[in-house]
Structure formats: structure tokens, C-alpha cells
Design a binder for this molecule. Structure first.
Ligand code: AVJ
Length: 329
């Protein structure tokens, strides 16, 4: 042992979800299922079981996005970090933070890493990644935010010149209007010289993209039905998840994958927690997710309308997926 002492890491966590999560699920479910066509928001896939199913999806041979994004980040993290000149990393929807490791590692390597700010709707996810990273990087200040990036982004306590990362291709889950307002919020977070790092799935041949959402092991189907399990548990509902068939197809016009649950036979469902009773006709579908596939041009246009410009655009060798660094315009 030498006499060297390691700086203490610090952890601070702010929570903005206290108690209101159940109310907003009830509102979302009531609102979505009263619409025509019926719809449920994808964020309710990700309870404990859903997060495990999603982790399994990322390991499927057909599901290329996670592998591609990880390969891009592993290879390009040093140049991304050089360009960003950031001392802090803000991660929106931090999930298991596994891909952020490459970025934090590169920031630590260049001696610039001071703060990590993970934001996620799941308190346990924020706590776990805060604790793990505080341990790996002595001296790191971790400031976690438990909140919804569609509602609480302005509460992220950013410092000067943050690198704001939104990985995984989750930006594709927004409808165009919601994405425009999300991007405006990101732009506000950047201040005058922060950077935005975003992962996007790219337009490609339809069989490849459809296979990624119709895996042969049926994991995506189970992940899709998990939203019904979550509603049963949280809102005391009585969906029979096995009476719904998984449907996923590419909509060329919108350039998005759409996932649906199709009723096998008429379904009468009661959802006491949302004060809702409904009947689904045989074959009726509930839209559960859209996952937009981008071109570089479309992404550049959307970033530009939010006051940002592309500084670097990285893809895997087959151009299946992209990681884009954007700066204030
Ligand atoms: C986590 C939103 C990026 O859209 O590909 C995976 C979710 N849905 N398989 C995606 C998902 C079905 C995933 N994102």
C-alpha cells in the first residue's frame, strides 16, 4: 500500500415522482384506451419483468440495435468525448447504464470526468447505477434524478457544458410532435456549448427491421404482452394477456415499426384503477409502441428545428444504427 488516498465519491438523488406515478398511469390508460384506434404508452413495458424481457431482447440474434450501438460507442467514445469537452455526463433514461460505461471510461481516461447525472423513471435503476459508478470512479459526483424526461427535464441540475446522452434508439418511440418538444427541452439543457449524443435506428431493408421485432423465440411478443400484466397489477385490471397476439410491422409511410396487441376473440376487461370497463372486438388491436427509423437527413432536419446541428455522425459498418453528436446551432 502506498500513502495515496482516493477522493470520496458523492451520491445525491432527487425524486420528482412521489406518489403521482399511479395517477398518471391511470390517466394514460383511460385516455389511450378511449381513443380510436386504442393505444397504450410504451413506457409501461418497463417494470421489473419488462426490463428483464427487454434485456433478453437485446441479446437476440435478430435484434441488431443494441449490439450496433455498443460497437459504435466502444469504438468512438474517445473522439466523442474529445469533441464534447464535457466534464459531466447527463444520461436520459439511464436504464442499466451499460452503454454509458464506454463514455464514462473515455471521460475518466482523458481526466475530464467530474459528474454523472442519470435520469430515469425507475428509482431502483437510478440508485443502482449511481452506486455502481460511484464505486468504479473514486471522486465522481453522482447526481441522480428520478423523473420522466417528458415532464421533468428542466429539473436536471446541469452544470456548464454537459454531454447529454439519449441512447438506445428510444427517441424513435416519440410521435413527431412529442419528439420536437423533447428536442427543444434537450436544447435548453445544453446551454451555450453543451453537446447532445443520440442513438437512432436507421432506415433499412424491411425484412431486417421486421425480424428485429418478430423474433423467433417470442421474447418480443412476451415483452409486448407485459404492458397488460403491468396494468393488471397496478390498476387491478383483468386482462388475459394470453388472449392477445403480438403484431409488429413496418409502416413505410411513417417510417416506423408499429407494435400492436390483437384480441383473440372478444375481450371484456375491467380496469378499476382507471375507472374503466371496455370491450374489445375479436381481432381489435391496441397500438403499444412505435419505433421510428431515421435517415441522417431527417435527423438533421429535426435537430435543426430544435436549434442544434450535427457535429459528428457515426454508424456501424452496415449502417444499421447511428450515434449522432449534436451541438447548439
Ligand atoms: C428501447 C425503445 C429502443 O424501439 O427498438 C424493442 C424497444 N420494442 N423491441 C425499440 C423495443 C420492441 C426499443 N427501444
Amino acid at each position: 500500500m502506498t500513502g495515496e488516498t482516493l477522493a470520496e465519491s458523492t451520491i445525491e438523488i432527487d425524486s420528482y415522482l412521489d406518489g403521482s406515478a399511479l395517477d398518471s398511469m391511470a390517466d394514460d390508460v383511460r385516455e389511450g384506451l378511449s381513443r380510436e384506434p386504442k393505444e397504450l404508452p410504451p413506457k409501461y413495458f418497463y417494470d421489473e419483468r419488462g426490463s428483464e424481457l427487454f434485456d433478453r431482447i437485446t441479446e437476440l440474434p435478430e435484434y441488431y440495435p443494441t449490439r450496433c450501438e455498443r460497437a459504435i460507442l466502444n469504438r468512438r467514445a474517445p473522439v466523442i468525448v474529445d469533441l464534447a469537452e464535457a466534464t459531466e455526463l447527463v444520461e436520459l433514461g439511464s436504464g442499466s447504464a451499460s452503454k454509458t460505461r464506454a463514455l464514462l471510461f473515455a471521460m475518466a481516461g482523458s481526466g475530464t470526468l467530474e459528474r454523472y447525472l442519470p435520469m430515469d423513471v425507475s428509482e431502483s435503476v437510478v440508485e443502482r447505477s449511481a452506486e455502481e459508478l460511484a464505486e468504479i470512479y473514486p471522486g465522481l459526483q453522482v447526481h441522480g434524478v428520478v423523473g420522466d424526461f417528458e415532464q421533468h427535464m428542466d429539473l436536471v441540475p446541469v452544470g456548464r457544458r454537459p454531454l447529454v446522452a439519449f441512447l438506445g434508439g428510444t427517441i424513435g418511440n416519440f410521435y413527431p410532435d412529442a419528439r420536437a418538444s423533447f428536442l427543444a427541452d434537450v436544447r435548453a439543457l445544453l446551454g451555450s456549448d453543451g453537446r447532445f449524443l443520440v442513438g437512432t435506428d436507421l432506415v433499412k431493408d424491411i425484412p431486417t427491421v421486421e425480424a428485429a421485432y418478430n423474433d423467433s423465440a417470442g421474447v418480443t411478443a412476451e415483452f409486448n404482452r407485459n404492458v397488460l400484466h403491468a396494468i393488471n397489477r397496478e390498476l387491478d385490471a383483468d386482462f388475459d394477456p394470453e388472449a392477445f397476439e403480438h403484431v409488429a410491422f413496418f409502416d413505410r409511410e411513417q417510417s416506423w415499426i408499429e407494435m400492436r396487441l390483437r384480441a383473440l376473440g372478444e375481450q371484456r376487461v375491467s380496469i378499476p384503477g382507471a375507472e374503466l370497463e371496455l370491450t374489445l372486438a375479436d381481432g381489435e388491436e391496441i397500438r403499444t409502441e412505435i419505433s421510428t427509423k431515421f435517415t441522417q437527413e431527417r435527423l438533421a432536419g429535426e435537430l435543426s428545428r430544435a436549434g442544434m446541428q450535427i457535429e459528428a455522425f457515426f454508424t456501424d459498418p452496415d449502417s444499421l444504427f447511428a450515434v449522432t453528436l449534436a451541438a447548439p446551432a
